[in-house]
Ligand binder design. Structure first.
Ligand code: FES
Ligand code: FES
Length: 635
């Protein structure tokens, strides 16, 4: 069906742009809907400035137009006609690095580096306007730019250092690397930092090959549905479309996963979460691929979904996978001593439930990748994958190829935090390259990244702890239930880690831990910094504070009393030689100038506070928990 707006993706209306970019005059005819960032990155192949959000929020795309800093993802390409554009690629006119870039390098103001070109542009704008900018003015100047991993202090240090060097109040030699006899205890520079502060480093979305095609993916709008009919005929017939891939095109074993092989690379007759990939279009341009995606017809038979792990475990709940009765994805148990007896002997038993929510990694670099065939038939996938060896093995099985005919190259990761550990799109890319025998690139939009990628596991932790009056812990029972979402991804590993580390570094004679990861029709949960330890440790440390309150004890003293010592054995029977936990605690207390203060009100015999989760407090948000329709639907 043609686009009712009359837009023809294969022959979009064009506009002629003449501009001076980084000192060179350029003239190009480009699609009329291009933004400035498309012109600079896709047309001129100047990839120093990145696209992070595509919505004017993150600042990674910041560049100068006639000397004014703009967010190039928001500006239509016509804005630069007849004007002068400066990008980060050539800020120092091929001389190397500007003083500001050198200061970023010197101060260690770049981790993943994805935000840094935008930061450098914003810093340059600030110091051009206000050469003697105060710290507050620097902060204001950088206010439209977001960093997810360096943190802002080093960036602010770098801008202040650059300001002082440019003003002559600090010698330029301060930008040089300090001589050192040892790297231990001294500030060392990252080898890749110059490429990051100049924008020269290539992330996956910056990669380009001659004859390259572009991929876009149709994703499910439904959380649980059977696919009755999938018609890609119209999309396939569109001019400029090279191929449309579905699960029928998978030559090998289409069932992969880090721990449990439960996931097809595209939906196989069934969708289990909103955002699941159904079909991939490969076309001459991303616009054509996007248009073709709209022309894929799917008839769904909608099924009831289950969105709460406790509901999912109940009898009669919709079942997501035939091999997982009760929707149990992973149940990790730790048993030590006799918890019931321990609780019976305790002077104080404290029970509480703790909850953590799903979290989006929100790395600035959205997922992207490029796949191509080598002359010897080896398929190569370049993507910011944090687990390339495992991905390579999974790809070989999916593609039905020997391992030596599959290559994964880890491109620079623009922030991952665990979110790029689970494989998501690399299989589709490899398939596309094999089918078309041309390089194929795929770049997620920010919306797609949020809809389709795994999140941190939300946990509900029922905690019971028994203690002696003096503070010794005698028993701990933790029952943790976590929403694993539609596919296992890293859930089994996360359950193991949360169970193993859950009771904390404390000597406890009686321990009972259940960590249960459950399938639901929510976005899959996956690896995220701390891999499950964060959730269970949050509960343990919160619970210790609560117990200290009830005992009228200093919470630091309660921990010191129970911390493992040299020669301890962990709850999973690992013997420990030396344990520095007490020294660590004491150092932290000294650094924080810890003051135990007065005993908590409950320990003083006063009633508990009612302003924290008690009656009269605001109910938690229930947005998005509505029921789903169960009719047949066609999109
Ligand atoms: S502000 Fe333009 S990409 Fe985020
Ligand atoms: S260095 Fe800023 S987002 Fe990674």
């Amino acid at each position: 069906m043609p686009d009712p707006s009359g837009f023809d993706a294969a022959h979009p209306p064009t506009t002629h742009i003449v501009a001076t970019v980084n000192g060179r005059k350029v003239a190009r005819t480009v699609p009329i809907h291009y933004r400035v960032i498309d012109f600079v990155r896709e047309e001129l192949k100047l990839t120093g400035n990145k696209e992070g959000c595509g919505a004017g929020e993150c600042g990674t795309c910041s560049m100068f137009v006639d000397g004014t800093l703009i967010k190039s993802c928001l500006a239509p390409v016509q804005k630069i006609h007849g004007r002068t554009v400066e990008t980060v690629d050539d800020l120092d006119a091929d001389q190397g690095m500007t003083v500001i870039q050198r200061a970023f390098h010197k101060c260690g103001a770049s981790q993943c580096g994805y935000c840094i070109p935008g930061m450098v542009m914003a810093a340059t704008s600030t110091l051009r306007k206000r050469p003697r900018a105060s710290l507050d003015e620097i902060k204001e100047g950088l206010g439209g730019n977001i960093c997810r991993c360096t943190g802002y202090q080093k960036i602010l240090d770098a801008v202040a250092m650059a300001r002082d060097v440019l003003n002559g109040t600090r010698p330029e030699t301060d930008l040089e690397e300090a001589a050192t006899d040892s790297f231990i205890g001294s500030r060392t520079r990252r080898l890749d930092a110059p490429a990051k502060v100049t924008g020269a480093i290539k992330y996956a979305a910056d990669l380009w090959m001659p004859n390259m095609l572009h991929m876009q993916v149709l994703r499910s709008p439904h959380p649980h549905a059977r696919i009755q009919r999938l018609d890609v005929g119209e999309a396939r017939a569109m001019p400029g479309v090279e191929c449309v891939l579905t699960c029928d095109d998978v030559p090998g074993v289409d069932n992969f996963g880090v721990f449990i092989e439960d996931q097809p690379i595209m939906a196989r007759g069934m969708v289990r979460y909103v955002g699941e990939g159904i079909a991939a279009v490969v076309a001459e341009t991303a616009d054509i691929a996007r248009e073709a995606v709209k022309r894929i017809r799917v008839t769904y038979d909608l099924l009831p979904g289950v969105f709460d792990p406790f509901e999912a475990m109940k009898e009669g709940a919709p079942q997501l996978h035939g091999f997982a009765p009760g929707n149990i994805c992973k149940h990790t148990r730790i048993r030590k001593g006799d918890v019931e007896a321990g609780l019976g002997e305790a002077d104080l038993v404290v029970q509480e439930t703790y909850r953590t929510s799903a979290l989006e990694h929100a790395y600035l670099e959205p997922e992207a990748g490029l796949a191509y065939l080598e002359p010897d038939g080896c398929v190569t996938v370049m993507s910011p994958s944090q687990n390339i060896t495992h991905h390579r093995h999974m790809l070989a099985r999916i593609l039905g190829r020997p391992i030596n005919k599959v290559r994964m190259i880890m491109s620079t990761v623009g922030g991952g935090f665990g979110g790029k550990e689970d494989m998501l799109y690399q299989g589709m890319l490899a398939l596309a390259a094999i089918r078309t025998r041309r390089p194929v690139r795929y770049v997620f939009t920010r919306e797609e990244s949020i809809a389709a990628s795994a999140k941190r596991h939300p946990f509900s932790i029922d905690y019971t702890m028994g203690l002696r009056r003096g503070g010794l812990i005698v028993a701990t029972r933790m029952i943790m239930v976590s929403d694993g979402g539609a596919y296992a991804m890293s859930t089994p590993g996360v359950m193991n880690k949360s169970a193993i580390l859950g009771p904390g570094p404390y000597t406890i004679p009686n321990v009972w831990v259940d960590a249960i990861g459950v399938y639901t029709n929510n976005t899959p949960s996956g690896a995220f910094r701390a891999f499950g330890a964060f959730q269970s440790e949050f509960a343990t440390e919160s619970h210790l504070d609560l117990c200290a309150e009830r005992l009228g004890m200093d919470p630091a003293q309660l921990r010191r009393l129970n911390l493992m010592q040299d020669g301890a054995t962990t709850h999973t029977r690992q013997p420990l030689d030396r344990v520095a936990a007490t020294a660590c605690l004491d150092a932290a207390l000294a650094a924080a100038r810890w003051d135990p203060g007065v005993p908590h009100r409950e320990a003083r015999g006063e009633p508990a506070r009612i302003d924290l989760g008690g009656p009269g407090t605001r109910a938690p948000c229930t947005l998005g928990l509505g029921t789903m329709a169960t009719d047949k639907e066609t999109t």
